[in-house]
Write a protein that binds this ligand. Structure first.
Ligand code: GLC
Length: 651
């Protein structure tokens, strides 16, 4: 979240005493004054014991200044605009989509021609999966970056990216790119120099001559890709050294104890800011600080580094918000918004991974109690920060919510998770979900889940077995999942292909750069003749697209659906049905979601608890139907996977 209130007060004070005229440069000076002591303290907290700390601190300040000097006037003006009104990214207008440019349509130039498609759907925010230089073969979908500043030729050029950004801005759209902060590709020039023996670059990584420290680290570091890339170190034949590779063996972890690394990466962050990025997705921030004897995840120093980045960015490029991609335990996710005196002053945005996974949990069990029990934790989000709300993304679904949340619903955590995994991986009789287990850890039995939204909801099964009832039900499940997530509060991020109902794509098995990673089953290659079918009534593509569009439209029609920490969960009167109220001073929306595959009932008392009385008519914005609140011994009847967005119209 911005400390824009500090900026506003200080700016006003400086104006009052005639020190600033409110121009772009004096606004910069004002932000500089407001943040510089914090920047100093945070930098010294990490690098204060470094022999050359003063030299590096000077370098840090010149990096901040250069970033501002190189920022275009247009972006500087936009910074001021974004700081002036409500916090821009909380708005109900914004709905995003995450996509691989090449798999979606080809190149950045092609994407520029597709912007109308997003607008047709109501999407005005794009997250482009990594487009910077990365090896053609195995590159973890571009997350092994070999040059942070040049676009890989298969996507086009940096000028194409600039042109796309420009056109998007002119249409009122927003752009999100990744900074892969934790590691580089083994093909990056720093890695190559390190491998050739350059000592200065060896210090950019964690490189060791023997197994002593790697063994010590690995004693407490969990495996991230236990099946395809076990361990956290890789042996380099050529240089006879071990290098830390927490993710894949070709992704070398950067060493942030070295201030040179921090400054280089901060400068890269500013490079993206000055390309006009609106939200920078900080990839895998939980991993950026390593320490012997720990898991080397979510360490306090990682948070200090993120706070430092945030404060530097808000001096030179305050219009760029930061998203911390921390897919970790619920309590840990919350810390990425900052804690203590930094509450609300770290990442502006984080993934609501807990809610996402719990929707999948509820869909499998038909029981929403685990989801409900997680909300007290999720609601701790500071005002001004927001969530990415989503049902699917390019990654797997992790079941990392707390055991206590499962226990509070009366389940045994181990057998509950085993059921969820079996249900989605096709190992449970009667399940129509078609997914697969990802990252199976033979030591702990942990695993995550791969599969597209449609396949996990049963559409693939229904089509393969030509079962109309299952197909129909899967469409209802897809709409239910999307509605709960899009209306929840936060920045909804659709995942490309889901708006059309793409099922799993198994062709990755024929590609040696991908066959070891089943997340590729849910990274479809878009077939535009299929997407065209969205225009033909009665096709599946039409139904999924229209449903998605309608939910987005509901969100966009009412400001209340923006994220102003204005959500209240309804109490549980039926374990299959979960509900929340989105409210503001004048209007409330009662959103109810049935995760059960059978008809069910809900006492009208649930509305009375919200202050509504018998006889009040509520309109369902989804179906257009009206319901009248009945007596406490009467029941609202609910169909399988039905949901309601109820409000009082014109009362
Ligand atoms: C993030 C990305 C994931 C990638 C990992 C390593 O979690 O979302 O796709 O594998 O970082 O870069």
């Amino acid at each position: 979240m911005y400390t824009k209130d500090i900026h506003r007060h200080l700016g006003q004070k400086l104006k009052d005493i005639n020190i600033t005229d409110g121009s772009l440069d004096t606004s910069f000076l004002m932000r500089y004054s407001a943040n510089i002591t914090t920047i100093h303290d945070l930098f010294y907290q990490i690098y204060g014991n470094h022999g050359d700390v003063e030299k590096w601190y000077d370098k840090l300040l010149s990096t901040i200044n250069n970033a501002y000097d190189q920022r275009s006037i247009a972006l500087k003006k936009l910074d001021i605009d974004k700081e002036s009104g409500d916090i821009w990214y909380l708005s109900n207008d914004i709905v995003g989509m995450s996509l691989y440019v090449d798999r979606f349509c080809g190149t950045l130039k092609d994407l520029e021609q597709k912007l109308d498609y997003f607008q047709e759907l109501g999407v005005i925010f794009l997250h482009l999966m990594p487009v910077m230089e990365s090896p053609e073969g195995a590159s973890d979908g571009g997350y092994a970056v070999s040059d942070f500043r040049s676009v890989a030729s298969r996507f086009g050029t940096i000028d194409d990216l600039r042109s796309l950004e420009h056109t998007m801005k002119s249409k009122g759209m927003y752009l999100m790119l990744d900074i892969v902060l934790n590691h580089t590709s083994q093909e990056h020039v720093w890695a190559k120099k390190a491998a050739e023996g350059d000592k200065a670059y060896q210090d950019y990584f964690y490189m060791y001559d023997n197994r002593e420290l790697p063994d010590a680290f690995e004693r407490t570091m969990p495996d991230i890709f236990p099946d395809s890339s076990p361990g956290s170190f890789t042996y380099l034949e050529e240089s006879k050294k071990w290098v830390m590779t927490v993710f894949n063996s070709y992704q070398w972890d950067l060493n942030y104890t070295n201030p040179a690394v921090f400054i280089e990466m901060l400068d890269t962050i500013f490079f993206y800011a000055n390309l006009g990025v609106d939200v920078l997705r900080i990839d895998a921030p939980a991993f950026i600080w390593k320490s012997l004897g720990t898991t080397s995840q979510n360490l306090p120093e990682a948070h200090v580094l993120l706070q430092l980045i945030k404060h530097c960015v808000q001096v030179s490029a305050p219009g760029m918000a930061l998203l911390g991609e921390a897919i970790v335990a619920p309590k840990e996710i919350m810390k990425y918004f900052g804690t203590g005196r930094f509450t609300g002053r770290e990442c502006d945005v984080a993934y609501n991974a807990t809610q996402m996974a719990l929707q999948w949990d509820a869909l499998a069990t038909g029981d929403t109690r685990v989801m409900l029990s997680a909300q007290s934790e999720i609601l701790k989000k500071p005002y001004g920060a927001t969530w990415i709300t989503y049902t699917r993304c390019h990654d797997d679904i992790g079941l990392g919510y707390d055991d206590s949340m499962i226990q509070s619903a009366g389940y045994n955590p181990y057998s509950h998770r085993t059921f969820i995994k079996d249900y989605y991986a096709g190992n449970y009789r009667g399940s129509v979900a078609k997914g697969a287990l990802f990252g199976v850890n033979p030591k702990t039995n942990d695993a995550r889940i791969s599969g597209t939204l449609a396949s996990l909801c049963g559409l693939e099964y229904g089509i393969n077995h030509n079962l109309q009832q299952i197909i129909k039900e899967s469409l209802n499940k897809i709409a239910l999942m999307q509605a709960q997530s899009i209306l929840l509060g936060g920045l909804p991020m659709l995942y490309y292909g889901d708006e059309i109902g793409y099922t799993n794509d198994y062709t990755y098995l024929n590609d040696p750069g991908k066959d070891y990673d089943n997340r590729w089953m849910h990274r479809p290659l878009i077939d535009w003749s299929k997407n065209e079918k969205r225009k033909t009534k009665e096709t599946l593509e039409y139904m999924v697209f229209e449903n998605t569009k309608k939910i987005i439209n509901i969100r966009k029609s009412y400001k209340t659906f923006g994220d102003h920490n204005n959500i209240r969960w309804m109490s549980c009167h039926n374990i299959h049905v979960v509900g929340y109220v989105r409210y503001d001073k004048s209007q409330s929306y009662y959103c109810l979601f049935n995760y059960y595959g059978q008809n069910t009932f809900l006492t009208y008392y649930i509305f009375k608890e919200q202050g509504l009385t018998e006889g009040i008519t509520l309109t369902d914005l989804w179906s257009g139907e009206k319901i009248v609140i009945g007596r406490d011994d009467e029941y609202l009847s609910i169909k399988p996977y039905q949901f309601f967005i109820l409000t009082q119209i014109g009362y």
